[in-house]
Design a protein around this ligand. Structure first.
Ligand code: PGA
Length: 252
C-alpha cells in the first residue's frame, strides 16, 4: 500500500503570524480527515521554526520549498539542507517548475540538491511536468522521462525508497486549468513505468502526487485514479479548510 499524501506548497505567501494561524487551522481540523492521509505543509524558510512549533503534537509534517546545492560556506542568500533539517523539516520540494523556469534550475543543480537532501535525511518531493507548448506538441512523455532519467536515475536503490514524485503540468499551475483525471492517470502510470525500468518493484511503493489547480471540488476524482497517490497543493493550501477538504478526497 502506497502512502497517501497531501502536501501544501505555500510558495512565497504568508507572513510568520499568518503562517502560524494557517498551521493551527490545519491542526485543529485534522481529526476530520482519515488518519491514513499524510499531511505535509511547506511554508517559506522564514517561518519554518514557528510553524514547526504550531504543528507540535500533531502528525502533520513539515517541509521546505527548496534547499541549496552546496553543504555550507560562501553562498550568500542560500539556505542549506542541514539548516532546514535542524528546524524540523522532513521533506524538501525540489525541481518545482517555478524554480526551473525563474531561477534556471537544471538537472545538474538538482542532482546536487538531491544529494544534499539525502545527506540530511530529508525526503525530496521531486517535481516533474511539461509546459503548454510541450503538451500541445505531445512531448509531455519525453519531457517527464528526461526529468526523471537525468536526476532520479542517479539515486541509489536505498535513496529511491525515500522519494516522493510530484507530477505538475506547468499549464495547470495557478491557472485554474486542471489535467483531467484520465490525463493524470495516463502520465502517472507512465512515470511509474519509467521508475520501474530502473528501480524494479520498488517503483510500486513510490508515491506520485498530482499538482496543478487541485482543489476540494476536483481532488476526489483525481485521487481515485490508481497511480495518483495524492496532491501537491498551491493556492488551495492557503486556506486550512480547503487543504483539509482535499484530504477528504481519498475515498480509498
Ligand atoms: P496550484 O500550485 O495548486 O496553485 O496550481 C501547485 C504547485 O505549484 O505546487
Amino acid at each position: 500500500m502506497r502512502k497517501k499524501i497531501v502536501a501544501g506548497n505555500w510558495k512565497m505567501n504568508t507572513l510568520p503570524a499568518e503562517g502560524v494561524e494557517l498551521a493551527k487551522g490545519v491542526v485543529a481540523g485534522r481529526g476530520e480527515v482519515c488518519s491514513c492521509v499524510n499531511f505535509i505543509v511547506c511554508p517559506p524558510f522564514t517561518h519554518l521554526s514557528e510553524v514547526a512549533a504550531a504543528l507540535k503534537g500533531s502528525d502533520i509534517e513539515l517541509g521546505a520549498q527548496n534547499c541549496a546545492a552546496e553543504a555550507k560556506g560562501a553562498y550568500t542568500g542560500e539556505v542549506a539542507a542541514s539548516m532546514i533539517a535542524a528546524l524540523g523539516c522532513k521533506y524538501v520540494i525540489l525541481g518545482h517548475s517555478e524554480r526551473r523556469q525563474y531561477y534556471g534550475e537544471t538537472s545538474e543543480t538538482l542532482n546536487k540538491k538531491m544529494a544534499q537532501a539525502y545527506e540530511n535525511s530529508l525526503t525530496p518531493i521531486y517535481c516533474v511536468g511539461e509546459n503548454l507548448a510541450e503538451r500541445e506538441a505531445e512531448k509531455h512523455f519525453d519531457v517527464v522521462k528526461a526529468q526523471i532519467e537525468e536526476v532520479v536515475y542517479n539515486l541509489t536503490a536505498e535513496q529511491f525508497k525515500n522519494l516522493v514524485i510530484a507530477y505538475e503540468p506547468v499549464w495547470a499551475i495557478g491557472t485554474g486549468k486542471t489535467a483531467t483525471a484520465d490525463q493524470a492517470q495516463e502520465i502517472h502510470a507512465y512515470i511509474r513505468k519509467v521508475l520501474a525500468a530502473k528501480f524494479g518493484a520498488a517503483a510500486e511503493e513510490c508515491p506520485i502526487l498530482y499538482g496543478g489547480s487541485c482543489k476540494p471540488s476536483n481532488a476526489a476524482e483525481i485521487f481515485a485514479k490508481q497511480d495518483v497517490d495524492g496532491g501537491l497543493i498551491g493556492g488551495a493550501a492557503l486556506k486550512a479548510e480547503d487543504f483539509l477538504a482535499i484530504g477528504k478526497g481519498f475515498a480509498k
